[in-house]
Design a protein around this ligand. Sequence first.
Ligand code: NAP
Length: 308
Amino acid sequence: MPVLYDRVALIGLGLIASSMAHAMREKGLAREIVGYARSAETRAAARELFCDRVTETAADAVDGADLVVLAVPVGAMGDIAVEIGPRLKAGTTVTDVGSVKQAVIDAVVPHLPDGVHFIAGHPIAGTEHSGPRSGFATLFVNRWWLLTPMEGADPAAVSRLRALCEGMGAKVDEMDAAHHDLVLAVTSHTPHLIAYTMVGVADDLSRVTDSEVINYSAAGFRDFTRIAASDPTMWRDVFLTNKEATLEILGRFTEELFALQRAIRLGDGDHLHAYFTRTRAIRRSIIEAGQDTAAPDFGRAAVAAKGD
Ligand code: NAP
């Protein structure tokens, strides 16, 4: 594949950035990959595993870069933008991989100089693991990468970034940031909150937690625990910054939950059966859309990939 960017700067060197670096290297999409992360330990791992060069500050990392990727938790993006803004050259594209889009745009754009193209993005791909050693080159293969360019975004900059995402194996779609945040509140953010809650409830039931919950964990609970093992900082920031959409979906969720609770109390089997039939069809459409496999999954060995 052709080189798309001469110098890519990765700010934050965890799961997403390290996966991007592995994929870009494998496909020859960038001539040089420079990285920065907060801790010396992460910087050392990145130097060893996937960066051509690692710097001591974010500002040094973006020097001369033609693509800058912000891959830190959503709540840290604004401070990074303040630091790197003065060092960005005109014509540079800055993107991010944060799980929330409108809050990142609001926090970052005011600190970028004229002539820099900011194109927010979100790969719908992840695992419950984090850090520089958790990345792998195929993380984005056949996953969606959503771009939320602002009105008036430079078409050439958008299509080059799109080509990069596609080069790493992703399928790309463009949408408005607010719409992205609502969709992700449904498909990712609220489900995570529900998983955190369910695992928390089980933990509160200390009489079973010690042994039964762990030893006899069945598919439903086990899947919740995998989701609830996701990075606490990342998820704290998601809920702090996608507040409205998450609260909207949580409101609908509690209404539905009450309706199901009532059906159970009243012994309304028809209601429960009709509801579960409808939800089963959604699973089928996810498989048909190629976003999961139909392979039997319950009782499996732990698998890494899940979409976020
Ligand atoms: P991660 O593995 O936890 O890595 C985060 C990186 O950011 C680390 O290198 C960390 O440095 C650095 N960092 C954290 N706080 C910082 C701060 N205040 N200032 C400077 N650097 C800081 O995270 P990730 O999973 O790659 O997530 C990165 C972004 O991608 C997040 O915005 C997240 O919302 C988004 N995302 C995640 C997933 C997923 O499933 N994980 C999926 C899609 C998008 P140290 O290692 O030195 O602490």
